[in-house]
Design a protein around this ligand. Structure first.
Ligand SMILES: [Zn+2]
Length: 226
């Protein structure tokens, strides 16, 4: 099974780590279970309850790229205190869900069809994979935006153009208002633009969305602000 969180989006890795830590403080022993899922693994899961024994657990075929697990932005948790991996008789998953939501994650326990209490995902691209599919087409393109520091100038320019073009496609987005809220990979760029007077924000603060942050960091690495 695909239980390697290091294959997931860096922000998800950070939040998974925090979830485990925060839950531990409350006596909730959480283990990260399934996270990144390949096409073959998703197909395997799709077959369950259809052409293979078991209950139906997903609506998503591998080729459809419609599971958030296939985009590296979702993980499932397992109860790891010896009382049963999915034992929810004492509302354990609800307590973990509450902690995850505080960390800004979307929790599958809030969904209605299907309710998926062990499931958490990043909110940045909406609840479903529709926007990710529309913007990036496939997970390989999406992955290229994860670690901008390892890219060549040609690669960043290509992505900068693509992301800029996609900016017309509006979607709800995480917003940073203070410099301390900005992730490490973006701080230098934001500081640079503030110092240059290019970036002023408004009365609420920076009012900087995750998408815009990603774009300006990519531009910065491409030397646009030098
Ligand atoms: Zn899940």
């Amino acid at each position: 099974m695909s239980r390697d969180i290091s294959m997931c989006h860096p922000e998800l890795q950070e939040k998974a780590k925090k979830l485990v830590q925060e839950c531990k403080k409350q006596g909730l022993i959480v283990k990260i279970g399934e996270c990144f899922r390949s096409v073959a693994e998703q197909n395997e899961l799709y077959a369950q309850g259809r052409t293979k024994p078991g209950n139906v657990v997903t609506k998503a075929k591998g080729s459809s790229f419609s599971s958030m697990h296939q985009w590296g932005v979702a993980f499932d948790v397992i109860r790891n205190d010896g009382k049963g991996a999915y034992n929810d008789s004492d509302g354990w998953f609800g307590k973990v869900g509450k902690v995850g939501k505080k960390l800004g994650l979307e929790w599958g326990g809030d969904w209605t069809s299907p309710v998926d209490k062990p499931h958490f995902q990043l909110k940045n691209w909406g609840s479903t994979a529709v926007k990710l599919k529309k913007i990036y087409g496939n997970v390989e393109n999406f992955k290229k935006t994860w670690e901008v520091e390892d890219m060549t100038e040609e690669q960043v320019k290509k992505i900068a153009t693509k992301v800029a073009n996609d900016m017309v496609y509006k979607y709800s987005d995480k917003v940073y208002n203070k410099i301390e809220e900005v992730p490490e990979w973006g701080k230098d760029t934001v500081k640079k633009l503030i110092n240059k007077g290019v970036f002023k924000g408004n009365e609420k603060g920076l009012d900087l969305s995750y998408t815009l942050l990603r774009l300006i960091v990519i531009n910065d690495r491409a030397g646009v602000y030098d």
